[in-house]
Design a protein around this ligand. Sequence first.
Ligand code: CP
Ligand code: NVA
Length: 312
Amino acid sequence: MGGKLKGRSLLTLKDYSAAEIRFLLDSARVLKAEKRKGRIRRRFRGKTLALLFEKRSTRTRCAFETAFGEEGGHPVFLSTQDVHLGAKESLEDTARVLGRMFDCIQYRGYDQRTVETLAEYSRVPVYNGLTDSCHPTQALADLFTVEECTGGLAGKTICYTGDGRNNVAVSLVTACAKMGVNLVIASPRELHPSPALLKTAGVWASESGANITVETDPLTAVKGADVIYTDVWVSMGEEKQTDARVKLLTPYQVNEKLMAATGNKDVKFLHCLPAVRGQEVTQEVIDGPQSAAWDQAENRKHVIKAILLATL
Ligand code: CP
Ligand code: NVA
């Protein structure tokens, strides 16, 4: 399976089969154990990675930089202040040049078409580190963390509450549908996942056995969940909508009452981070014993290392 991934980009999880996702999750588990034992294998020696960022990042940037660097690779951070990214030089030309100098490219920014263009013209593996449309490396780390903190994926139910149509939710729907994990999206009608995504997810779910549903009442939605997951109410680039979102999403806050409404005393809490305490989650929950958000953040690195190793 690893061989089939050589040279591949990761632009969206739609392009990855369940077997390929399973291979990446299993590799990440091995890599995490190796790291714990202090085994450093220098598998990226002599390789270079361009890290293109149009938006801010803590976890994604640090995960790519440290995963690549500690294996002997040379990551180069390039913000829009540093390179001509569609300004003064066409995106296609920038992609062509980066492809001549780097073995692979990570892109974080706004438009999904940008990451697709980078892949087409650079001809090296390109990794989507978040666009407005999706966040594939996040969803892989999310499933890895669910597996770790609940003991497996089969038959597990995640309830994602909040903005059900943002990049994190879209990738979670895709990943759960492909991997047979039940997912309940709890969000107001205005923020439900698109009907097109739900239709495609329904096809994957019928093959994997997953149950993907959408609810508007958060207290009903969380019943029986193994994991409660949330993300910020206002994604990067949507700041003008802050007041409207707070009004719309306040009933979807993850607090002790919502955690208790699951009826599951072992329920875990996940958050892709960064978090706004007092909005989508209370301090008691994110900093409490049920929170696996910090393991989830660390797991970004192991999963990203698995993707780099499989594709380079
Ligand atoms: N979860 C995540 O992608 O975090 P960053 O925005 O810090 O990279
Ligand atoms: N939905 C959030 C995710 C941040 C990792 C955003 O796009 O800002």
